[in-house]
Design a protein around this ligand. Structure first.
Ligand SMILES: [Fe+2]
Length: 380
């Protein structure tokens, strides 16, 4: 197997105006995120599941500069002192990010503005090489992912929502006339992404046919109402962290405020392990990542999107013929079976990242991201 890492040079590149709009959008979100923080909120506690905001700002700027303007070469110096030692996530452990001498936020904002302006200028002049365009698209998606992680950090730390977004107002489609489950026949599914398309992540390489058995999947994600029934029938099961009961009414903590639990809404902030236990109780099962792919590619009128990343039963593993792309640590270190694949997207995921073939992955204990699930019948 060749490890030349040159596949990415064959991906189709986007036009400069498209990349300009996407970068503008992602940068605006990052600015909105950092502007939402009070001075004390910049000092987050040392927790495995959150980042230090100053480190995160330095890191996403460093990532962009390293790939787009230094073409992944450590020998080309950064414009920011000690950037490689401080902000390369492969070199500095999570807990060391709190111990390191991270420069003041004003310096990091200047670094961010300087690097982004450099890219905007090159895009406006249409002067990026095909390789730089690949790295720019990678850096935009990387920044989008950090923007979403920032939003679930705010939920974890009970900070206000950095975007004008709420679970209030979600309306589920009514499938009472057509039944709860959507039936899929036995079929050959095309899994993974094709070689002649636009940017993909390395864990999508390469498309292959997969025979899957017939299955029935719930048209709706598991709702708060359904989970409440499960809790009431299993008093030993712990309630979700963001739920509270008072005078026989249930409340949901959304970012920094309690709201009445919206019963028809999809259950949010549930771990894979909790989802598995719920499935066992219902005598149902989680869909595999391939079944979720079939659902995501089917007619959206026939099922209800959850606006959440949805847990699957699949371990995060490479497809046959996997080769890492230049950002070696995107997928490879996390293969091995402990991470689980999630499919779909959350309401904090920009449209440019919402693709059926996209594979997200988290440890099965995580419930802090915007995740939920739906179930499949065990036998059909
Ligand atoms: Fe990162």
């Amino acid at each position: 197997m060749s490890l030349s890492h040159t596949d990415y040079l064959n991906y189709k590149t986007r036009e400069s105006p498209v990349l300009h709009d996407w970068l503008y959008d992602s940068v605006k979100q990052t600015q909105q995120n950092i502007d939402s923080l009070s001075d004390t909120q910049w000092h987050t506690p040392v927790l495995d599941i959150v980042n230090l905001p100053t480190w995160e700002l330095g890191h996403l700027t460093w990532f962009h500069e390293f790939w787009v303007h230094r073409l992944g070469r450590a020998s080309t110096p950064s414009c920011f002192q000690n950037a490689d030692e401080l902000f390369n996530s492969s070199l500095i452990t999570h807990s060391d990010r709190w111990r390191a001498k991270i420069p003041p936020k004003e310096d990091l904002k200047r670094y961010f503005n300087r690097v982004m302006q450099l890219s905007f200028d090159l895009l406006q002049a249409d002067k990026l090489s095909a390789e730089q365009k690949y790295f720019l698209e990678l850096s935009i998606y990387h920044q989008d992912m950090h923007n979403e992680a920032f939003a679930y950090m705010c939920q974890t730390l009970q900070y206000p929502c950095p975007q004008n977004s709420s679970v209030i107002g979600y309306v589920a489609k009514d499938f009472s006339a057509t039944g709860k489950y959507l039936n899929f026949p036995q079929q050959t599914l095309q899994v993974g992404s094709q070689k002649d398309g636009f940017f993909i992540f390395d864990n999508e390489k390469w498309q292959f046919p997969l025979n899957i058995k017939a299955f029935s999947v719930s048209k709706l994600p598991v709702s708060n109402q359904e989970y409440l029934e499960y809790l009431q029938a299993n008093l030993e099961v712990e309630k979700p962290k963001h739920w509270r009961r008072e005078n026989n009414r249930w409340y949901l903590f959304e970012f920094h405020q309690w709201i009445e639990l919206p019963l028809d809404n999809p259950l949010i902030h549930v771990s894979f392990e909790e989802a598995q236990k719920y499935c066992e109780w219902r005598n149902e099962r989680l869909p595999s990542e391939f079944e979720m792919l079939a659902l995501l590619e089917s007619d959206p009128a026939e099922w209800q999107a959850s606006d959440l990343w949805e847990w699957t039963s699949s371990s995060f593993l490479p497809f046959e013929g996997f080769q890492p792309d230049p950002y070696l640590d995107y997928s490879q270190p996390w293969f091995g079976g402990s991470y689980r694949v999630l499919k779909g997207y959350s309401r904090f995921t920009p449209k440019r990242l919402r693709r059926p073939q996209f594979r997200n992955f988290y440890l099965p204990t995580r419930s802090d991201p915007f995740c939920g699930f739906r179930t499949c019948l065990k036998e059909i």
